[in-house]
Design a protein around this ligand. Structure first.
Ligand SMILES: [Zn+2]
Length: 449
């Protein structure tokens, strides 16, 4: 996920809110969602979670590595749940920082910032771990360019970015397609240069075979060695998710011709990217890393929603050569949640509901979970997409909101399933534990107790 940072102008608006206080000092205190079974809600509140997707910050000031495609500069109109009127922000302030107010007046926000600075000062490099303890997460997957201070295994696990490896040729013509892509493609060019410099390679090789052998595979192997459990594609921001089967000889010709000079046509570049995507996915499988793929209806005013449909990935999921690779449809397809759920019929496809946990209210997520959980409950993963959205909404605040929304949604979905006689109470508890914890533990071999 990406967020356009909430501007100071927005944050200075005074919003008066009525809200139920969670119990201070017990940030996991269950907030019973209307319609949810209180006993099940209390059970779910105690589960130590594995978070499949986030952009946790290191303790480095300014932390430049938290996202390959931060959407700074892409003018995004925030959906309703991400606006300051959402009472969840104040609930998070109360739970994390004992914020005593029910509004965001400038004077009260100064008190909040003081409390935030106190905790940061006390915790120092332990701040990220403190956050996990506050939100009830045992292990958090951090989707970052690189890990950093404070983000240590086993509590934090790395998910790297792979899109840059799809783009060895000039991206000038691709970037010109939309104003959003004009901002995003140069960031991928920069990341590819970063990968090359890690390998101490000054210029890209002349042939595709040499590129695969000396750049793509060594980069993936180095990431695995550094503890990466998965690689992530944000391709939906850059192109459609329709990664067709591509002829190797054609891909080789395109690479060799345009690595030297010139701009490939869109069709030529797509063929090369399609070839590289499947090569990378195969290598990830060989190395034991899962492949995460962004699929959601946002963000960006020129974002191609139709191109983010997870059904477009079906030929990839059906490729026998990729059956050793485990794919996770990250953000569960968003509006395409039904389609994402349909893809879990494939033996190697999983879904997470990250980002939904900050963009959708619990009742909407509960409906989605109910669909998925009646198909393959062992393939559904909790995720937050926790990310810093500005000085007053750090990643810990979105992490708290997402964790609380996820637990409410899960309690609601499982209560409805119990009431309909679809699952017993014992099975509901089992499924809740699987979704919040053990499914991811198994998928990434986390060795949880
Ligand atoms: Zn994300």
């Amino acid at each position: 996920m990406k967020f356009y940072r909430i501007s100071r102008a927005l944050l200075s608006c005074t919003v008066v809110l009525a809200f139920t206080l969670p119990v201070h000092g017990d940030t996991l205190a269950p907030l019973v969602q209307p319609g949810a079974d209180p006993g099940l809600t209390a059970f779910i509140a105690k589960i130590r979670a594995v978070d499949n997707h986030s952009h946790a910050n290191s303790t480095v000031r300014g932390d430049p590595d938290y996202d390959a495609l931060p959407l700074d500069g892409v003018p995004i109109e925030m959906p309703a749940q991400l606006r300051l009127e959402n009472p969840d922000w104040i609930a998070a302030y109360k739970a994390l920082y004992q914020y005593p107010y029910d509004d965001m007046s400038e004077a009260h926000m100064r008190v909040l910032r003081g409390a935030m600075q106190d905790v940061a000062r006390e915790q120092r490099e332990d701040f990220p771990t403190w956050v996990l303890n506050q939100v009830g997460t045992e292990v958090l997957l951090a989707n970052r360019i690189a890990m950093g201070p404070g983000l240590m295994s086993p509590r934090f696990r790395w998910v790297s970015y792979a899109d840059a490896l799809l783009l060895p040729l000039s991206t000038k013509a691709e970037a010109a397609v939309t104003p959003d892509r004009e901002i995003l493609y140069p960031l991928e060019d920069k990341l590819l240069r970063h990968y090359l410099s890690d390998l101490k390679i000054a210029t890209l090789p002349a042939t595709l075979d040499a590129y695969l052998e000396s750049v793509v595979t060594p980069t993936l192997e180095a990431q695995r060695k550094a503890g990466c459990v998965a690689i992530k594609f944000e391709a939906a921001y850059l192109r459609s998710l329709a990664f067709a089967e591509a002829d190797a000889d054609t891909a080789k010709r395109i690479y060799a011709q345009f690595i030297a000079a010139g701009e490939p046509s869109h069709a030529e570049y797509k063929t090369l990217q399609d070839f590289l995507f499947r090569y990378i996915a195969r290598e990830a499988g060989r190395l034991g890393m899962a492949v995460h793929i962004h699929s959601f209806e946002g963000f960006g005013p020129y974002y191609d929603v139709a191109g983010a449909d997870p059904m477009l990935l079906e030929p990839v999921f059906n490729d026998p050569a990729l059956r050793n690779t485990r794919f996770v449809i990250v953000h569960g397809g968003g509006m395409y949640a039904t389609e994402a759920g349909a893809m879990t019929w494939k033996p190697n496809v999983y879904v997470d509901f990250s980002l939904m946990t900050v963009v959708y209210p619990p009742a909407r997520i509960a409906g989605i979970l109910r669909q998925w959980l009646t198909l393959y409950p062992e393939k559904v993963l909790f995720g937050s997409d926790a990310i810093g959205m500005g000085p007053d909404i750090g990643w810990e605040v979105t992490a708290w909101v997402a964790a609380s929304t996820a637990r409410k949604a899960l309690a609601l979905a499982l209560t409805e399933m119990m009431q309909a006689g679809e699952v017993s109470r014992a099975r509901a508890e089992e499924i809740a534990t699987m979704v919040l914890r053990t499914n991811a533990g198994t998928l990434y071999s986390l060795g949880l107790e």
